[in-house]
Design a protein around this ligand. Structure first.
Ligand code: ZN
Length: 180
């Protein structure tokens, strides 16, 4: 960072130095200590946070709230999505929420609704549910957005299954479903 950009806005003389502290927070009766990013002026001692520091602090708080509320944290949403083998744009198409929804969920900029949270858990738990959602989103077709999505008949499997290969989703359907 350029030092001239780090001039203290309070005294106009000192230089701001990035610090990492701790912040005691409470949410719905649960306490936690979160990392607190701020800058300290070496002349007047003012503690200031720039936009990036504020965003980082806010994300930590959102993650804590998600945890207390029993919702998937950003890290957990990312892990779940990667397990399903789809990218963020594809996840938005399958689950809804708007084009940048998953980027925001995963970075803890936004908290997903309880309904979205349950839908994600359901899809991760039940491949058949995910297959249906993917089908509704049009992903059973051969290609979506230039990616290698394929419909593959499986002779040995009796239920609709999803498989991931090289982080790409393949919808593997069966010509003779067991349950109807
Ligand atoms: Zn200062």
């Amino acid at each position: 960072m350029n030092e001239s950009n780090n001039l203290c806005a309070v005294c106009g003389e000192g230089i701001l130095h990035p610090q990492l502290g701790k912040s005691a927070v409470e949410y719905k009766g649960q306490s936690n200590e979160l990392d607190l990013h701020f800058s300290l002026c070496d002349v007047c001692g003012s503690e200031l946070s720039d936009a990036a520091q504020l965003r980082t602090n806010k994300r930590a708080m959102v993650a804590f709230k998600k945890q207390v509320d029993g919702l998937l944290t950003g890290t957990e949403v990312r892990a779940l999505r990667e397990k399903l083998g789809i990218n963020q744009a594809e996840a938005a198409q399958v689950f809804g929420g708007g084009p940048v929804a998953f980027s925001k969920y995963e970075s803890n900029d936004v908290t997903q609704s309880e309904a979205m949270d349950k839908l994600l858990r359901l899809a991760a738990e039940l491949p058949v549910a995910f297959a249906l959602l993917a089908k509704w989103a049009g992903f059973e077709q051969t290609t979506v957005a230039g990616e290698d999505w394929q419909v593959v008949d499986c002779a040995s499997e009796s239920i609709t299954k999803l498989r991931t290969r090289r982080h790409r989703l393949r919808v593997v359907s069966c010509s003779t479903p067991m349950e109807r």
